[in-house]
Design a protein around this ligand. Structure first.
Ligand code: CMC
Length: 430
């Protein structure tokens, strides 16, 4: 914080607004007193110029293509760390010691089972329900099963809810998958690590042995890590807004998952792979690029563009390398979807439209190719994003609740409807 001030002059008023300097990123003009002192609002649909909270968790420099969790760059975390360690870092602010890591891993492992009665909840859904519909429902329903961790005023209950959400998400997501394909639920195994346990719950069947490939488990873990948190994006802001009213943690995280589902956000990975399949062959690419540039056509290149990154998405870089590794491991050569993706990326990046608008492949561009190669249907891509992002949501929720000054989120509006008018009796309406 500094004592610098911004001066705002309008009509006959002059207001002095404090300027805060962050540890990284642009300065912030504090407009909290604007309405009280100047009787005006600011107007910023889509929050393109608005800082909605103070946070110490994640930092993005969109021009440099930099993503830091508690200061550590995502490429280092993706190559040197692992998902549960990143979870610890996001939740508690520092990398754990070996003893802290062991304790945390042990706690998460021992919370992975779901209340047995939740199986009946799953059975209430149609088999052809989108797994995200099931997941949003089951996450919200957790508040009906775990009453001893819904009191947000109790730090111990907040901690238990945090552990439960991280631990149970792989089970919730894997069971949504199993339910949709008509296979029996597979229970969590405590001898497997977080990612391997998830793969086992998704792909093993009682009829035969299934051994999780360590390389695929590592690739899965890296996908989780790359999606773990992303500052104040739409779903995280939804979690914070839901939490600002004092809602319980399971309700807040379910709200975040519902927001993530949309194709402009976490739903883009499914939409991107469907688009790549629809393009089908490299000769069709120019036609789709032309459509993406056409103002009268609503089509967009899915997996391209980002509100904050204006140079490159550092997660996409790691994801592209992972895609090559996984396809190599699985012996998938000449994968047509990957060929289309690489050529589409090349042609789009050479096109002045995408260069001028600073549109680059984002995290969702290559993740679907890896997940498809692992055997996941497209409908599971967004659920896997939700699983990974749960720790980000819960870390931001925890941070918000630990700030004694937090307030209910209540934006205002630029009203352009009718001013006051008297009610007209039906017989007098013309
Ligand atoms: N294809 C074609 N044109 C695009 C695209 C695209 N993917 N993205 C943005 N544009 C154009 C857009 O038409 C607009 O042009 P103009 O200025 O002439 O009106 C300009 O670029 C700016 O777009 P915007 O919609 O105002 O930008 P935004 O910051 O509001 O939206 C976005 C960001 C990610 C929603 C958008 O780029 C998009 O819809 N991308 C495709 C969906 C996608 O891949 N989403 C995943 C985001 S990363 C993972 C996550 O956060 O979940």
């Amino acid at each position: 914080m500094t004592d610098r001030k911004a001066t705002l002059t309008f009509d006959d008023k002059t207001l002095e607004l404090p300027i805060h300097s962050p540890t990284a990123g642009p300065d912030v003009i504090d407009i909290r007193k604007l309405y009280a002192q100047g009787d005006v609002f600011t107007h910023d649909p889509g929050f393109t110029s608005t800082s909605a909270c103070e946070s110490t968790i994640t930092f993005i420099d969109g021009d440099k293509g930099e993503l830091l969790h508690r200061g550590y760059p995502i490429d280092q975390l993706a190559s040197k760390s692992h998902y549960l360690e990143v979870c610890y870092l996001l939740l508690y602010g520092e990398l754990p010691t070996a003893a802290e890591m062991e304790k945390f891993e042990n706690t998460i492992t021992r919370h992975t089972m779901l209340h047995e009665q939740m199986t009946y909840f799953y059975r209430g859904f149609r088999r052809d329900a989108h797994p995200m519909a099931i997941i949003v429902g089951v996450m919200g329903a957790m508040s009906a099963f775990y009453h001893d961790s819904t009191d947000i005023s109790d730090p111990r209950q907040r901690e238990i809810a945090t552990h439960r959400l991280i631990a149970k998400m792989p089970t919730i997501v894997a069971w949504a998958f199993k339910y949709s394909i008509g296979q029996p639920f597979v229970y969590p195994r405590n001898d497997l690590d977080y990612a391997a346990n998830f793969l086992n719950m998704c792909f093993s069947v009682p009829a035969e042995d299934y051994e999780v490939s360590p390389v695929l488990a590592r690739a899965m873990d890296r996908i989780f890590t790359l999606h773990a948190d992303h500052e104040q994006n739409a779903s995280t802001s939804t979690v914070r807004l839901a939490s600002s009213s004092g809602a319980n943690p399971f309700a807040c995280i379910a709200a975040g998952a519902a927001c993530l589902w949309g194709p402009a956000h976490g739903g883009a990975n499914q939409a991107c792979l469907e688009m790549l399949r629809e393009i089908g062959t490299v000769d069709k690419i120019p036609e789709y690029i032309a459509r993406a540039k056409d103002k009268d056509d609503p089509f967009r290149l899915m997996g391209f563009g980002h509100r904050v990154y204006k140079n490159f998405d550092p997660r996409a870089k790691v994801m592209k390398e992972s895609a090559d590794e996984v396809l190599d491991l699985l012996g998938i050569h000449d994968n047509p979807t990957l060929q289309v993706a690489k050529e589409l990326e090349r042609q789009a990046l050479e096109d002045p439209y995408f260069a001028e608008k600073k549109l680059f492949p984002n995290v969702d561009f290559y993740s679907g190719i890896i997940l498809e190669a692992m055997g996941f249907p497209t409908s599971m891509f967004t659920p896997i994003f939700a699983l990974s992002r749960t720790v980000g949501w819960i870390s931001q929720w925890k941070e918000q609740l630990s700030d004694p000054a937090h307030k209910i989120g209540r934006p205002r509006q630029l009203y352009t409807g009718h001013p006051f008018r008297d009610y007209v009796e039906v017989e007098n309406r013309g």
